[in-house]
Design a protein around this ligand. Structure first.
Ligand SMILES: [Zn+2]
Length: 186
């Protein structure tokens, strides 16, 4: 069966594939806040907290990632590794810069902001004892991180972050929806 995209002209297909190819990043602790904000938006941002700049470039070259850094230095040895120098002291401008030029790896609120692992959708039944009872009963989407074990749900904290991200990027951020088969209360 012919798929939809194969009927598009070659140039349109090239444009489409370029647009949807997610960019994966690597950074250190100096951009921890921005890394977490980008993960909330669905970006894959690996963190190496104590790494020297050279080590970040080494990871970027090895894993096909782009270095996010406050530094303007680009070691000659890693000339082929891509890097983006972000503005110091303006997190909103930094996040906007990434969003305008790069596609995320997934939907907003689909990655753990702390460890960059893709979150698992969970049911209200699985959440008993893990989240406040009113949250489990609410029928909203529930996820947990296979890396650190944290649970996530829609609350005022998420609403505040979504608002910050919307203001920073100039686009409203879609909140996750409950799965039709999943998190509704029994
Ligand atoms: Zn985690």
């Amino acid at each position: 069966m012919e798929c939809e995209s194969s009927r598009l002209p070659r140039a349109a297909r090239a444009w489409l594939s370029r647009r949807v190819e997610p960019t994966r990043f690597v950074t250190d602790a100096s951009l921890g806040f921005i890394a977490r904000r980008l993960r909330f938006l669905g970006y894959d941002v690996a963190s190496h907290p104590g790494a020297r700049l050279e080590e970040l470039f080494e990871v970027a070259a090895r894993d096909g990632r782009v270095v996010l850094t406050l530094s303007g230095r680009h070691p000659r040895k890693w000339a082929n590794a891509a890097a983006i120098q972000l503005p110091r002291g303006d997190a909103a401008a930094a996040v906007r810069r990434i969003v305008e030029g790069h596609a995320p790896a997934g939907a907003p609120f689909s990655r753990c902001p702390h460890c960059n692992v893709a979150l698992r959708p969970r049911t209200a039944f699985e959440a008993v004892g893990e989240v406040p009872a009113r949250v489990a009963r609410s029928g909203g989407p529930l996820t947990s991180c296979p890396g650190c074990g944290r649970w996530y749900w829609l609350g005022s904290h998420v609403a505040r972050i979504a608002e910050w991200l919307g203001a920073a990027t100039g686009k409203p951020v879609a909140l996750p929806q409950a799965r039709p088969d999943g998190n509704a209360p029994a």
